[in-house]
Design a protein around this ligand. Sequence first.
Ligand code: URA
Length: 189
Amino acid sequence: MATKRPDLQRLARGIQRCRACRLHESRRHAVPGEGPRAARVMLVGEAPGEKEDDEGRPFIGRSGKFLSQILTELGLARDQMFITSAVKCRPPKNRTPRPDELDICRDRWLDSQIDAIQPRVIVLLGGTPVRQLLDETTKLNELHGRVIKKDGRTYLITYHPAAAMRFPRIAAAMRKDLKKVRRLLGNSA
Ligand code: URA
């Protein structure tokens, strides 16, 4: 018998109330993520920054704008994707999320969000979601552009837009990696 898909709105409400790790202590707003339940592409970043924490919405700061620009250039519609991050609460001073925070947020929320959406492709933006979801610690320089299938899910690895924003070489690599999204969807993004 098919198991019931988790309810995305219910997960979002749970995330907004979550106190399962220390990150809830300093957040203003948890950021569940946004996008349609029927999204075929899911983007997973690292963690909300200051602006996201202020407003409770993902990727609305500088790196988010840069991400939107790259997606538009590639003809990929951001509003048809589900966009979230590895952890849903801003770490103090934007430090990297710790292993226990990543594990807790994956087990409580991210895995269920993926099950709710069942995307065709999960794009991992930067090393943090790669470690969290693939348990892979090889350098991103060697991993980016790879498509990995694991437990019935398809992952595409690329850089985080904050890195791409600072280094043109990384932005070029990210564009090239993201071109694979269309191919993975069968050319209909
Ligand atoms: N970086 C992320 O990984 N997520 C956001 O929401 C914003 C910046």
